[in-house]
Design a protein around this ligand. Sequence first.
Ligand SMILES: NC(=O)c1ccc[n+]([C@@H]2O[C@H](COP(=O)([O-])OP(=O)(O)OC[C@H]3O[C@@H](n4cnc5c(N)ncnc54)[C@H](OP(=O)(O)O)[C@@H]3O)[C@@H](O)[C@H]2O)c1
Length: 357
Amino acid sequence: MVYILSMAQRLPTHRRAWRRTDNFTPGTAKLKLVTEPLPLPLAPTQVLIKVHAVALNHRDANIANGGNPWPVTPNGILGNDAAGEVLAVGDKVKAFAVGDRVSPITDTEFITGREPGRSWLAADEDGVLADYLIFEERLLVKLPENLDWVSCSILPCAGTTAWSAVKGLTIGQSILIQGTGGVAMFALKLAQASGLKILLSSSSDEKIATIQKSFPLTPIYGINYKKNSRWEEEVLKLTNGVGVDLVVENGGSTSLVQSITCTRRGGTVSQVGYLGGQDPTSLEHFVSMIIDRRVTVRGVNAGSRLDLEDMCAAISATSLKFDDIIDKVWDFNEAEEAIQSLWEGRQVGKYVLRITW
Ligand SMILES: NC(=O)c1ccc[n+]([C@@H]2O[C@H](COP(=O)([O-])OP(=O)(O)OC[C@H]3O[C@@H](n4cnc5c(N)ncnc54)[C@H](OP(=O)(O)O)[C@@H]3O)[C@@H](O)[C@H]2O)c1
C-alpha cells in the first residue's frame, strides 16, 4: 500500500476517542476517553483526517443518555459533526490531497439522495469525537475557506439539517423557527441571509431578547411558546392571518398540528426535531389539517453529500460567518461536561470541542 503523505510526516498509529459508557443512570459518567489503535493500513480509497474541531448536537446528549429513538452500537464513539485536515490518502484517492480541509457527512448512506439505506455516525457506526478519523473519500466534503475550524465543524449535521429544512424559500417569504438550539440558530442565519421574514419561538423571553439584539440585520419577531400554549395564534396574527410559508418544526408530535395550523395554505412544515416527546393524541387532527391547509410536511434527516456541498458553495459565495451562533468552545478533554450541559439545555446555539495540536 502506498500512502501519499505530507513531507516528512509520520502516520499516527493510535487515536484518542470518547466512547459511550452506556450507563444511563443519572449522575454517572456518560463517556470514557480511550486510546485505541487506528484501523490502518488505509485502504486505497480511504483518507486519514487530523481532527481540529467537533461540534455537539442535541442528538449526542440524547444518545449518551439512552434516549435515541433509533438503535445504536454498544459503546460507540459519540459525535457526528467534525472538521479536520487530510493527513494521508490511499493511492486511489482522487478528490482529496494532503492538507485539504474536510468534513465527513452524517449519514454515510446518503450521498446523492438515491441510496436506499441509512447509516448514521455515532449510532449505526462509530462517530467522530476523536483526534484522528479514517473515512472513504466518497463520504467527505471540502470545507469553505472563509470559515475557521470551529465554524466548519457545525456544518455537516446542524448546518445541513437547517439547509434542508429551509431549502426552497425565497426573498420576502416568511419562516417560523422553533427554539434557540443549534439547528434553529443555523436556520436563523440562513433565513437572514436569504431575506426572509423571521418569527422565532422560544421558552424564554430572555433568550428571544438576546437573539434580537445579537442579530440586528433583519427584524426577528419573538413568540414565547411556554407562556402562550396557543402560540400558533400569535404566528397567525404576525402574518395577517395567513400563516408562515414554512415552519422549522422542532417539537415533534406535540406541536406538529399547531405548526400546520399557522402555516399558510400550500406552505411547508419541515419536520426536524422531536423535542416535545411522543404524544400520538396530539396528532388526532393531523390528516384533516394537512388536507385543509394543503400543507406539505417534509421530513428532514440532515442532508446528502450533495446538500452539504451545495451549502458550502452558498457559504463561500456569500462569505457567511457563524461565529455568532457558537455558544461555547470547550476543550476536547471537557467532552463529559459539555454533554451534560447540553443535556440540561443550557446552550443557545452551538457547543464545539476544539482539539489543540
Ligand atoms: N432531523 C434531523 O436531521 C435532525 C438533525 C439535527 C437535529 N435534529 C433534532 O432537532 C432537534 C433540535 O436539535 P438541536 O441540535 O438544534 O437541539 P439543541 O441545540 O439542543 O436545541 C434545543 C432547543 O430547542 C428548543 N426546544 C426545546 N423543547 C422544545 C419544544 N418542545 N418545542 C420547540 N422547541 C423546543 C429549546 O429552545 P428554547 O429554550 O429557546 O425554547 C432548546 O434549547 C432535536 O430534536 C434533534 O434531535 C434533527
